[in-house]
Write a protein that binds this ligand. Structure first.
Ligand code: SAH
Ligand code: SF4
Length: 403
């Protein structure tokens, strides 16, 4: 037994070892070119080599350099000696009765001494689409009072590769590569691609990690690889006003805004970032969102909190507030988590609210909570699991009937 090993692990028992070799999986084209240059690929060949790797990593889903038969044997060997194609490691996979899957993923340490971190990625199949909900940060610096993630200390931003890596993991597990087999137990959309849509609604505030989110979006949307079009990618923000215009101009995705309240006093409490960027400024940024039109509407998310923001007067004020903005409204039944002070609105309050919104011309506004039995619904992304209470089961059933 080595005393030295014991001593160093006792001094820092929770530090994760740095991976011996860096992974290329999830890297964008520029980072791939840098990685190739670093192992001696001549500048004149970089473009061609990057294209080859791109095809194998993002179109075929290669997990080993030996699969890359169009790449010379010598280069494959050098690649293997220096790099891997490792994805974030799947620690737990949970499959809900409705087909929702949640993966607890461990991301590799970025620097020596960093503790291992876990993030969550959720897959939600529906009849005509399959949506992957990805995380952009480990934890969140914002402290929205109804959000479970907000109770976690921010650990760090995810890298662009770790964000795109979540899509690779999901494709691996759903068997969505040209020669892969789909898992027998999977509930998948009929006819559509298994993962047709991406939403940045997991852990973290994507607009506080904009550069990496943007790079990851370019990788995910690239037509020679994963090919999930930007109109099928939605970035959800709690309202980081100065980054909304750059998101539209530089990333060109769909926008979702977590509104949740129609008055500043209440929104200050629910979404404390409102004190910095109040409702009027937020809505002005939405009006000016590049590309916004009736065909490219902004989604406004509104979590239904019992006795807090769920009266008919709130619904009427919401409709009035959004007048003139091409909008969709998503009413989200609050997903309770251990220790929260909020409750989900009663079903009839949600119905009344949704009626008012519906009469104002917004179609099917209630978002059915999915995967509650594995705690995978919005804002519940934390690693522990919990059994559903009888009350939640009833609420879930009632809501499922509105699908
Ligand atoms: N930080 C970003 C994206 C992640 S949160 C944002 O806030 O928009 C994704 C969505 O889930 C947001 O609309 C958020 O307000 C909502 N949400 C958070 N906690 C929730 C909960 N417990 N129940 C229902 N929705 C919740
Ligand atoms: Fe962060 Fe979004 Fe949760 Fe607010 S709702 S704490 S911004 S993840």
């Amino acid at each position: 037994m080595s005393v030295e090993t014991q001593a160093s692990s006792a001094a820092d028992p929770i530090a994760a070892p740095l991976p011996a070799k860096r992974s290329l999986a999830g890297l964008d084209r520029t980072a791939l070119a840098d990685a190739l240059a670093a192992i001696g690929v001549p500048a004149s060949e970089l473009r061609m080599r990057v294209s080859q790797l791109w095809h194998w990593i993002y179109f075929r889903g290669a997990r080993d350099f030996s699969e890359m038969t169009s790449v010379s044997k010598t280069l494959r060997k050098t690649l293997d000696e220096n790099y891997t194609l490792a994805r974030p490691e799947v620690v737990v996979e949970q499959v809900s009765g409705d087909g929702t899957r949640k993966w607890l993923l461990r991301v590799a340490a970025e620097h020596a001494g960093e503790r291992p971190h876990e993030i969550e990625t959720v897959y939600i199949p529906e009849a005509d689409r399959g949506t992957l909900c990805v995380s952009s940060q480990i934890g969140c610096t914002l402290t929205c009072t109804f959000c479970h993630t907000g109770t976690q200390r921010l650990v760090r931003n995810l890298s662009a590769a770790e964000i795109a890596g979540q899509v690779l993991v999901a494709r691996d597990r759903l068997g969505e590569w040209p020669e892969a087999a789909r898992p027998d137990d999977a509930i998948l959309p009929d006819g559509a691609r298994a993962i047709s849509n991406i939403v940045f609604m997991g852990m973290g505030e994507p607009l506080y990690n904009f550069d990496n989110v943007k790079t990851a979006i370019d990788t995910i949307a690239d037509g020679e690889g994963l090919s999930i079009g930007k109109r099928r990618i939605t970035v959800s923000t709690s309202g980081v006003v100065p980054v909304i215009e750059p998101l539209g101009r530089e990333a060109g995705t769909m926008l979702a805004v977590s509104l949740h309240a129609v008055r500043d006093a209440l929104r200050d409490e629910l979404v404390p970032l409102n004190k910095k960027y109040p409702i009027a400024e937020l809505l002005e940024a939405c009006r000016n969102y590049p590309g916004v039109s009736n065909a490219k509407r902004i989604t406004f998310e509104y979590v239904m909190l019992k006795g807090v923001n769920d009266t008919p007067a709130d619904a009427k004020a919401l409709v009035k507030l959004l007048k003139g903005i091409p909008a969709k409204i998503n009413l989200i039944p609050f997903n309770p988590w251990p220790g929260t002070k909020y409750e989900c609105s009663d079903w009839d309050a949600i119905e009344r609210f949704s009626e008012i919104v519906f009469s104002a011309g917004y179609a099917s506004p209630v978002r059915t909570p999915r995967g509650r039995d594995i705690l995978a619904a919005c804002g519940q992304l934390k690693s522990e699991t919990q059994k559903l209470s009888a009350r939640e089961r009833m609420a879930l059933r009632a809501m499922a009937m509105t699908d």
